[in-house]
Design a protein around this ligand. Structure first.
Ligand SMILES: Nc1ccc2nc(N)nc(O)c2c1
Length: 373
């Protein structure tokens, strides 16, 4: 715990970093995976379970919460932490990305974005200042700047326009956020898949001396090698003593390779969304529990796991629940997947601490490749 927002880089092992973010609401062990709690819930999970899996922080989304139940109502109800009963740190995305991907975007200009709600079709405006205001009303501990993430492929001209707009919006978000010692506002590097634009974006954000830096505009459908290349170009331009957060990433393999290049924080719907669709991530790779081969397999997904969902339920039962589209199927598989992701993060942190991250990465990937027994 710390009265102010502090990041401590504890150890490096090649490009991999072991660190800790300390805030009044708690400490985040990095590299960290942040479960996504879009509309004030990590879908199909009790937050006590999410905590038990090892999560130090969860995500909320400005876009969804401003539409329903609205930021002002959440504030009247005591803020997001109080409402959802999660007393540890919360990071909120700024809404720009969700506007582009979810809503009927009506207008985007210097002022901000105008869009139609995907909930009821009502029209909303969001400026950088309003996004920070909303995140403040929610009580968010780590707030993201409003940015424009262009879908790839896009022309260099289009990527440059969006990147430069995002930089101007970062300045405005920094002013709107002001000085909140126990909280942080992170900038977001844009620049698509264009090296020169990525470098310019990172260098400009570094000049703003922010408390943390996200790498955005990735995990938008580009091949993994393009994503990793952009990290190799971007991360050296960012300050080593501030946390780096790769937005929307990813699979266990994405995470390993991004840690190796210097990322500290991750968020992704992969473990929860895949869990709801019957896909389990395990130490031996992916298991599609819908597959008929599991119909009478009495083994659990992972008898070495401390997670009840992984250890105490047979694949046969999980197969039955998912085939029958029973709610408990998605609940147990979401629980298992989040537990596996946190077990992977713990293994990563331990390996960096002991200076054996490269071996850990190779062993983990070999076990995945060996496949499920
Ligand atoms: N892949 C992603 C996921 C979330 C994002 N959020 C923001 N604000 N900006 C981006 O570029 C994102 C990219």
């Amino acid at each position: 715990m710390s009265e102010s927002f502090q990041f401590q880089l504890k150890k490096t092992d090649g490009g991999a970093r072991l660190g800790e973010v300390s805030m009044p609401r708690g400490t985040i062990r990095t590299p960290a995976f942040m479960p996504v709690g879009t509309v004030g819930t990590v879908k199909a999970m009790y937050l006590d379970q999410v905590r038990e899996t090892g999560a130090d922080i969860i995500l909320g989304n400005t876009y969804h919460l401003m539409l329903r139940p609205t930021a002002e109502r959440v504030a009247r109800l005591g803020g997001l932490h109080e409402l959802i009963r999660w007393r540890h740190p919360i990071l909120t995305d700024s809404g720009g990305f969700q506007v582009m991907s979810l809503s009927g975007l009506r207008k985007l200009d210097e002022k901000g974005v105008t869009f139609k709600s995907h909930v009821d079709g009502s029209t909303h405006h969001m400026s950088p200042e309003r996004s920070i205001e909303i995140q403040g009303l929610l009580g968010s501990d780590i707030q993201m700047q409003l940015d424009e993430c262009v879908a790839l492929p896009a022309t260099p001209k289009e990527i440059e326009r969006a990147m430069e707009l995002s930089l101007r919006w970062a300045e405005r978000c920094k002013v709107a956020f002001g000085d909140q010692p126990g909280k942080a506002m992170f900038g977001i590097v844009q620049g698509g898949d264009v090296q020169e634009l990525r470098v310019r974006s990172a260098q400009a954000l570094k000049q703003m001396d922010l408390k943390g830096y996200a790498v955005g505009g990735l995990a938008v459908g580009e091949p993994q090698d393009v994503m990793l290349r952009m990290l190799e170009l971007t991360l050296p331009e960012l300050p080593a003593d501030k946390p780096r957060y790769l937005m929307g990433v990813g699979t266990p393999d994405d995470i390993l390779k991004s840690v190796a290049r210097g990322i500290d924080m991750f968020d992704c719907v992969m473990p929860t969304r895949s869990g709801r669709h019957g896909l389990a991530f395990t130490r031996r790779g992916k298991v599609n529990i819908r597959n008929a081969r599991h119909a009478e397999d009495m083994r659990p997904l992972d008898d070495q796991s401390t997670c009840p969902a992984s250890r105490d339920y047979s694949r046969a039962y999980l197969h039955h629940l998912v085939r029958a589209n029973e709610a408990l199927g998605g609940m147990l598989l979401s629980w298992h997947n989040l537990a596996y992701y946190q077990e992977l993060m713990q293994g990563i942190r331990q390996a960096i601490a002991e200076g054996r991250f490269a071996d850990f990465m190779a062993e983990t990937q070999e076990n995945w490749a060996r496949g499920d027994l």
